[in-house]
Design a protein. Sequence first.
Length: 423
Amino acid sequence: MSIVAVGINHKTAPVAVREKISFNPDKLSVALQEMLSAVQCREVAILSTCNRTELYLVQEGDVEHTQARLVQWLESYHNVPASTILPSIYWHLDQQAVNHMMRVACGLDSLVLGEPQILGQMKQAYSQAKAAGSMALVMDRLFQRTFGVAKQVRTETEIGASAVSVAFASVNLAKHIFASLEKVRVLLVGAGETIELVAKHLYENNVGKITVANRTIARAENMANQIGAEVITLGQIPEVMSEADIVISSTGSTLPIIGKGMVEQALSKRRHQPIFMVDLAVPRDIEEQVGDLEDVFLYTVDDLQSIIAQNLENRRKAAVEAESIVNRQSGSFMAWLRGLNTQDTVVSYRKQCLSERDLLLEKALTQLNTGKNPQAVVNELAIKLTNKFMHAPTSAIQSAAQGGELDKLIYLRDIFDIDSSKS
């Protein structure tokens, strides 16, 4: 039995190739079933994101044959020639495959080191494979162990503690300035990708109120509807500036949108209650002179880049610790997998049963030698042997029943040949 991880990602393939190999979430169940049959493997799961497509397999037999069948299936399924796929594809086998999956879940293989979104995407891949029936014992245990490792890395290292995007850094700065964001009012200027990320982080931090100002109202409304924000035009900014505790701007304007005079008027209406401002645009959206105002905390994209550079260094140091955890845990998983080997399992089980028998038999013989009633000794031996051998199966059945694991319960009934009609 072997575990295989195969895929392409942002390091090995441009987006033009990645998009050709990506899987439609709505058709993933069919793809998983097709892959099981075409590649002739025991278990499969598919992870497909904008930055990577990876296939995880549990298979028997020759790995090279599996690789050949897999490439043929990818060619057929995506209608893409092998010559397009092969230069970008990578293969990992057994512990390398396990190690790779754990690194991916921890964000150690991501475009942004330590980013947390990939873990949620892996959990979705797990759920989809479970729903499609393409996952059994080994893959299920591997994913569960992988999720546990990701949690351990997040808990025991600082891999995700520092902001490494300007959007995340902006919100983190705001959290340092304001004790709580729940009553804070925010004005976002622009509706591009950067502002969308800022809005998402603010929304996740339960910010009090968000207003989005944009040249095109329709585009701003599309984003605002997702976070319950209000929408205004750029021309309305002077009217609402005084209500904003935080102003974050990122547009494509060639000239500043927010001038010193506009901010001075807003401060006057606010009775000089401070405003936290972040200008993420190049060229600037906020006049440089605004930073001279006493009640304004103005940060530019350059200020944030220096923070991000330091935070990235912190993440790199944490990544060293994370890699050590991953290496230990992947080794532990492979030790468990080796224990599933049929011959080893049978030998271990027989050894355990014989050891239990010998211990109880020795005790019974001692009792007989001391003159204890033979019938009582035999009865006691029978009861203790029965209890010993019933304990583990009974515990497993009770656990499966209490957890609502019907598949496992059926499996256990089959293993122990439990027939209700015989009771």
